[in-house]
Design a protein around this ligand. Structure first.
Ligand code: CP3
Length: 353
């Protein structure tokens, strides 16, 4: 199946936008920029909208999720909206007992550690994804010619939460399981690939013009483990959406040594974290891959002159690649002054190349 004729990528709304043009390796009319976690606690209007509403509940109320997605687009003139949701939403919709605890992150009532635990996981149905499709429809109706980026967690990052039951620094649980109980690992990764793949497909079918796979914790793996125990399932997740033809982006943190392998799961764009200059990322990828990134979020709180010089450096480094979309090297820190983000957008748009 392909996208319907009234999809924003098909009906002329977003196909020529700066973001989609750059993702496809063309030369956009202006340098596109958006920020991971642009919707969130840095915005007073977000904190107001979220008053008394839990994180997952906010994601599952279509009007609220659409409103929160639109807030940073209205405020900053960024070149994309990123759908307001979370990587654990597919688990929640499948019926897994998961919550996002303020200040902690995703917590599961029953961590998944054995073959029996994996076999008991409920399958995510397409019907359960209806609130997601509805939120995307409401969002793209208002976005007009600005593309919406859909996303999903990569199987490793999602499975890391499922095995540990909560955020962890070293991801020892999942790393032990992949070696110590490879059968259970394979079954768990196949389950998460299916859930994340369906979640992403629902967003793109309902109107998102691109998709980003977040493997935020892949950087805790060596290249060999990444290739053997993780990459095949990330590829499987993306198999759910390849026929739709929307550009696909793959991002993780601490992934300087994994960039080639992350590209090879089959994406159009590789997101680079703040640790590696873009000209070096481009060299490692053989000069053939569109890049996204990689302003250091720490510098958003530095004096403007320091930040401006850094942003100019990032834009210059990105110009070595076949295409570049400016972003942060990870998410917007909650204490960021939103006016600084607006100013960064103005700066990026003012740079001609
Ligand atoms: O603006 C955007 O980027 C879109 C929304 C988005 C959220 N989560 C909203 C959110 C996206 C793309 C995500 C993805 C996500 N969720 C990732 C991958 C990206 C990354 O940051 O590395 C991961 C690892 C998660 C899991 C997760 N959800 C964590 C670790 C946390 C932080 C816990 C905390 O309280 O700091 C969350 C919660 C979360 N997801 C918030 C938001 C806006 C904060 C919760 C709140 O505002 O109450």
């Amino acid at each position: 199946m392909t996208l319907s004729p009234d999809h924003p990528l098909k009906d002329g709304r977003t196909a020529q936008s700066p973001l989609i043009t750059a993702y496809r390796g063309g030369r956009p009319s202006r340098k596109p920029v958006w920020f991971m976690r642009q919707a969130g606690r840095s915005l007073p209007e977000y904190r107001k909208a979220r008053e008394g509403v839990g994180m997952l509940e906010a994601c599952l109320r279509p009007e609220l999720a659409a409103e929160i997605t639109l807030q940073p687009v209205r405020r900053h003139d960024v070149d994309a909206g990123i759908f307001f949701s979370d990587i654990v939403i597919p688990l929640k919709l499948a019926g897994v007992d998961v919550d996002i605890v303020p200040g902690v992150g995703p917590v599961l009532a029953n961590p998944v550690r054995t073959e029996t635990d994996v076999a008991a996981l409920p399958r995510l149905t397409d019907a359960a994804l209806e609130p997601i499709r509805e939120a995307v429809r409401l969002t793209v109706d208002e976005l007009g010619t600005t593309p919406l980026i859909g996303f999903a967690g990569a199987p490793f990052t999602v499975a890391a939460y499922m095995v540990e039951g909560r955020p962890s620094r070293d991801h020892l649980g999942p790393r032990t399981m992949m070696h110590g109980d490879p059968g259970t690992w394979a079954a768990l990764m196949a389950w998460t690939a299916d859930a994340s793949g369906r979640f992403l497909r629902a967003q793109i079918e309902a109107g998102a013009s691109a998709g980003q796979l977040f493997d935020s914790w892949a950087g805790s793996l060596g290249l060999e483990d990444y290739r053997r125990f993780v990459a095949p399932y990330s590829s499987q997740a993306l198999d759910h959406v390849r026929d739709l033809g929307a550009p696909l982006v793959h991002f993780g943190t601490g992934t300087s040594e994994l960039l080639g392998a992350m590209y090879e799961v089959g994406v159009d764009v590789v997101g680079v974290d703040y640790r590696l200059p873009l000209h070096e990322a481009n060299r490692r990828l053989g000069g053939r891959v569109v890049l996204q990134g990689n302003i250091d979020p720490a510098l958003l709180a530095a004096p403007w002159n320091t930040l401006e010089a850094h942003v100019r450096d990032v834009v210059k480094g990105g110009a070595s690649a076949p295409g570049h979309v400016v972003n942060l090297g990870h998410g917007v820190p909650p204490e960021t002054d939103p006016d600084v983000l607006t100013r960064v957008v103005e700066l990026v748009h003012s740079i001609t190349y």
